[in-house]
Design a protein around this ligand. Structure first.
Ligand code: CS2
Length: 487
């Protein structure tokens, strides 16, 4: 039997939370690119709450590549389940997804949704690589998909290409623009998106640039909720709670946070009533979250994987590793951060560590280890650069980088697939390594898409990185990791 509100009303467990608004009355007000698990546990869940009082905010989801989400959600009329796994677990069925489009199949339909007068928000969770940026933070014009979109503006492949085209059409139809909202883990995500769109428009449609510059808002955001990928155990739990099978349930921890910069224009959901913070100081939240939470996550992912741990909570059960990560957060990362109003950084660190210890979710280190070349430049490198400039220690901060190098080498040695847009180059570098710290660090620092020339040539950085690399060289077990981190 298919998941529907009628079927779960009969078969589902009593404490299941379901939409109580009239789904037929919901209209589309948001077009969202990237309906992956994170979006579905996070933004779509806030919007589900908002729909209980205002039906204008249904979501049209747009997949840029795969058909998977559409194929799973269409038979369920967009419904799906979130399992909220914490001390007390609960389940809720979300009704905010009205439609799922697959961009390569129907780019025209996507554009029509984006230019509908009732679409006030176009948002995205397309991960770091989806923005096609270069190291300087501008648009990567050598990216094949950007080159494609410049040639075929009516059938774009990228989020930036879709935005540029939709804005041109709105402009020509005399419509107000929408708010373009990046919900990805990039520092200054709104500014980066704005810059990418403006660079694209200036090169393809210069007449539109002034209007985009003046009229379109690109608020920055901070998004947070730990979201392990869906697995069979989750499918089974959800089936038991619902009484029917959900083709693609998702899971997250209880904690969820969404902070949006206060520059939205036009009608909006009642953000405050659903727990979204709208503030002038989103940068402070964003920086704290990216550097503390995501920085610590990546550290656990690479060091923990070397020692043979599989999940975040099991890595956190390693006393030496947990102590190391906590010290790094308090002494090396926090010291350079300015706390935004309303956030106590010491409490924040302890809360993040508690969340990492949550034993009810299996958050795989291998999931976090994906896309290191895209993540580390936001999570670790800015802290290193600032600590170097301020004369603060970078010894511990070099550990996640050195562990990443060893992790890549291990993956290549064991013929595992590296999930990273730079996989081919990383494989090549790993093959050139010989185990000698100075040599191998030199090889990896040649990754110019990751390391700026200035950083790669900094003698203090190089020395600290070589030291960390040498210490982690033989780590293959928890005991060896403990020794490498504390010795
Ligand atoms: C994680 C994030 O996979 C990763 O790289 O660090 O997805 C993290 O779980 C979220 O940002 C938490 O909000």
């Amino acid at each position: 039997m298919t998941l529907s509100l009628a079927s779960i009303a009969v078969l589902g467990s009593r404490d299941l939370k379901i939409p109580t608004y009239d789904r037929n009355a919901v209209s589309i007000g948001i077009v969202h690119f990237g309906p992956g698990a994170f979006h579905r546990v996070h933004q779509a869940c806030y919007i589900d709450d908002a729909l209980h009082t205002d039906p204008r905010w249904g979501i049209c989801e747009v997949s840029l590549h795969s058909t998977g989400v559409r194929d799973a959600l269409q038979p369920q009329a967009g419904l799906y389940t979130i399992a909220i796994l914490d001390e007390q677990s609960s389940f809720r069925v979300v009704g905010s997804v009205k439609e799922v489009l697959v961009a390569p199949e129907s780019p025209g339909a996507v554009l029509e949704r984006m230019v509908a007068p009732t679409t006030y928000i176009v948002s995205a969770t397309i991960t770091e690589k989806g923005y096609c940026l270069n190291k300087e933070g501008g648009l990567d014009f050598s990216h094949p998909d950007i080159a494609h979109d410049l040639k075929h503006p009516d059938a774009p492949k990228t989020f930036v290409g879709f935005l540029a085209r939709a804005l041109r059409i709105r402009h020509d139809r005399g419509l107000e623009p929408f708010n373009a909202i990046s919900c990805d883990n990039l520092a200054d995500n709104g500014h980066r998106l704005r810059r990418a769109v403006l660079e694209f428009v200036r090169s393809s449609d210069p007449g539109l640039a002034a209007w985009v510059e003046k009229e379109v808002t690109f608020p920055c955001t901070m998004v947070d909720s730990i979201t392990p990928a869906t697995d069979d155990a989750l499918r089974a739990r959800v089936k038991e709670a619902l009484g029917v099978e959900d083709l693609w349930p998702v899971q997250r921890e209880f904690f969820s946070q969404w902070v949006i910069e206060n520059k939205l224009r036009g009608p909006q959901p009642d953000w405050a009533s659903v727990g979204v913070t709208v503030t002038d100081d989103v940068a402070g939240f964003e920086r704290a979250k990216l550097r503390l939470l995501n920085g610590a996550h990546s550290t656990l992912a690479y060091t923990g994987s070397l020692a043979g741990y599989e999940t975040v909570s099991s890595a956190m059960g390693d006393k030496a590793l947990a102590t190391f990560v906590r010290q790094m957060m308090i002494e090396d990362i926090r010291s350079g951060l300015a706390a935004p109003k309303g956030l106590d950084l010491d409490q924040y660190i302890e809360a993040v560590l508690r969340r990492f210890r949550n034993p009810t979710i299996r958050h795989l280190l291998s999931q976090i280890a994906w896309d290191g070349s895209q993540k580390l430049p936001f999570r670790i490198l800015p802290t290193i650069a600032e600590n170097l400039a301020a004369g603060r220690s970078i010894a511990r901060l070099c550990v996640p980088l050195a562990a990443w190098f060893h992790f890549i080498r291990w993956m290549v040695r064991n013929e595992r697939q590296i999930m990273d847009p730079l996989a081919a180059q990383l494989t090549d570098l790993a093959k050139r390594c010989n185990g000698d710290a100075a040599h191998d660090v030199g090889v990896f620092l040649g990754l110019e898409k990751v390391f700026s020339a200035e950083l790669a040539q900094n003698a203090t950085f190089r020395a600290a990185l070589e030291k960390a690399y040498a210490r982690l060289s033989s780590v293959e077990s928890p005991a060896q990791l403990g020794e490498a981190l504390t010795g």
